[in-house]
Design a protein around this ligand. Structure first.
Ligand SMILES: Cc1cc2nc3c(=O)[nH]c(=O)nc-3n(C[C@H](O)[C@H](O)[C@H](O)COP(=O)(O)OP(=O)(O)OC[C@H]3O[C@@H](n4cnc5c(N)ncnc54)[C@H](O)[C@@H]3O)c2cc1C
Length: 309
């Protein structure tokens, strides 16, 4: 029986584990791989205190920090949580966590299972991830200094991606599959100012071109049904992300995007005894530092809750 089970070994999960360990909570952390989404990145740009950091080094640093609390924090590395349930007990709120082969019980849960980027699902996309195909403009825009890029997705995320690229890229093609941009008018005005951005409506990306790095994109003009090719060096995919909340959505409240709804002041979910932090939540701005800060706040709130228990 644990005081706390943390689901996820990304920045949020590890930050929570460190604080839980320092507060002497009997804790279990369950996750697939340490480091989370940006562990694959060759260049993490916003890890405050270190201007540029390979994802693998960030993951190694998290692992080292996690080791400092191993007396109180057990790490179940290499497994995923399949489902969670509330245990019926009159005296105490408790939860059961099911993995492929095991079950664990705890008084509190922190869900820090993050998200995964929605991909285009077109040929060669996976081959060029971080070699011209990017899913985080705030992180990777500086790599595109004086280069031609495409932003895929004409919603607010795509438009904000353009705003982040404007100081760097030489030309930006905004590709939107429908006949109109979906982002707010104000963001559109800001993103489309100047003459760097070319809007291509009714366009569907079909195939990425390149040798070791991206060199172009083939797309279909859905109005004329013609296939066209543009030369470019960067493709920023901004068609949304998918929260890893499937195992929890029958228990806690999620929003229309599947994100777990939390109170921003505490990280509490709709169920007493369950907290969530990081990219899996309904809070905006999905970034490493934010995920860790939110997880720390949630863990301190869990400590207060357990003290009152
Ligand atoms: C390619 C890329 C580059 C990025 N670069 C930057 C950057 O430079 N700077 C920056 O600030 N942000 C960057 N981001 C965003 C940043 O990675 C996220 O905001 C951050 O990882 C969120 O942390 P998290 O711990 O909430 O979730 P995640 O990092 O997603 O970690 C969640 C962890 O939980 C695990 N998990 C999922 N489901 C389960 C389950 N059922 N059971 C157990 N474990 C589970 C996952 O495998 C993962 O290890 C980047 C994102 C991507 C995709």
């Amino acid at each position: 029986m644990y005081d706390l089970i943390i689901i996820g070994l990304g920045p949020a999960g590890v930050a929570a584990a460190v604080y839980a360990g320092r507060n002497k909570l009997k804790t279990l952390v369950i996750g697939e791989e340490i480091g989370g989404q940006s562990a694959v990145s060759t260049d993490i740009q916003n890890w405050i205190g270190i201007p540029s950091l390979p994802g693998a080094e960030m993951a190694a640093g998290l692992s080292k920090h996690l080791d400092t609390v191993k007396e109180d924090v057990h790490v179940f590395n290499g497994s995923v949580v399949k489902s969670i349930a509330k245990i019926d007990s009159k005296s105490k709120i408790m939860f059961k966590i099911m993995t492929e082969n095991d079950e664990y019980e705890a008084t509190t849960l922190l869900i820090a299972s993050g998200g995964r980027r929605r991909k285009l699902g077109i040929p060669r996309e996976d081959e060029f991830i971080e070699k011209g195909v990017y899913y985080c403009t705030i992180c990777d825009a500086p790599l595109m200094t004086n280069r031609k890029v495409a932003v895929i997705g004409g919603g607010n995320a795509g438009l904000e991606s353009i705003i982040n690229l404007l100081p760097y890229a030489s030309q930006i093609y905004l590709m939107e599959i429908t006949g109109q941009l979906r982002g707010s008018k104000k963001t559109q005005e800001k993103a489309l100012q100047g003459d760097k951005t070319v809007v291509l409506l009714n366009t569907k990306p079909l195939e990425i071109l390149g040798d070791q790095f991206v060199s172009g994109l083939i797309y279909e003009d859905l109005a004329s049904h013609e296939r066209r090719k543009i030369a470019l060096e960067g493709i920023f995919v901004e068609i949304g992300s998918i929260p890893n909340s499937e195992f929890a959505k029958d228990l806690v409240e999620t929003n229309q995007y599947g994100e777990i709804v939390v109170d921003p002041l505490s990280g509490r979910t709709s169920v007493t005894g369950i907290w969530a932090a990081g990219d899996v939540t309904s809070l905006p701005y999905k970034q490493n530092n934010i995920a860790m800060g939110d997880a720390v706040r949630a863990t301190l709130n869990i400590c207060d809750y357990l003290l009152k228990d």
